[in-house]
Design a protein around this ligand. Structure first.
Ligand code: HEC
Length: 132
């Protein structure tokens, strides 16, 4: 190993050794969590409970509360829209809400998902499979 490699390792080791329980979770420090386990049933259940009132059961934007929303949530089944956004965008708007991505705050944040990366990833997978 060359000397500059050793020098680069020192701060990395120091960080690793003092991380302990204070290390923020990947979702908290803004990184995409490493391959959280995806369970489509878990994603579908979270969606049904939390998202359906506004987005509708199938993502068409026709939930019971959608009438009152300006603008209305778009049709999440639209293939062109699906292709235009990456998973990182979906993660951000779902976890932090519309305002975090320059959209309306009527799209609420889901802070609880910050500590449940596998539920968040499963929910995103559920939204992805809505594409028609
Ligand atoms: C209180 C109503 C409400 C709830 C609950 C809600 N949303 Fe939304 N959502 C909205 C509205 C309104 C918009 C559109 C905001 C805009 O276009 O400025 C939106 C936008 C979005 C978008 C972005 C679409 C785009 O135009 O880029 C996604 C993705 C999304 N919501 C997913 C979800 C998911 C997943 C859930 C459940 C965890 C959820 N929403 C819960 C109202 C809601």
């Amino acid at each position: 190993m060359k000397l500059h490699h050793v020098l680069l390792l020192i701060p990395a080791l120091a960080l690793a050794s003092c991380g302990g329980s204070e290390k923020p979770s990947p979702a908290e420090n803004g990184e995409t969590p490493e391959t959280p386990e995806i369970d489509l049933a878990v994603g579908a259940e979270y969606y049904a409970i939390t998202c359906t009132p506004c987005h509708g059961a199938t993502g068409m934007g026709d939930g019971v509360a959608s009438e009152a929303l300006v603008p209305k949530p778009r049709d999440l089944t639209n293939k062109e829209w699906q292709a235009s956004v990456d998973d990182e965008y979906l993660r951000k708007i779902i976890q932090y809400g519309g305002a975090a991505v320059g959209k309306q705050p009527t799209m609420p944040p889901n802070p609880v998902l910050g500590s449940q990366p596998e539920v968040l990833a499963s929910l995103i997978a559920h939204v992805r499979q809505m594409a028609k």
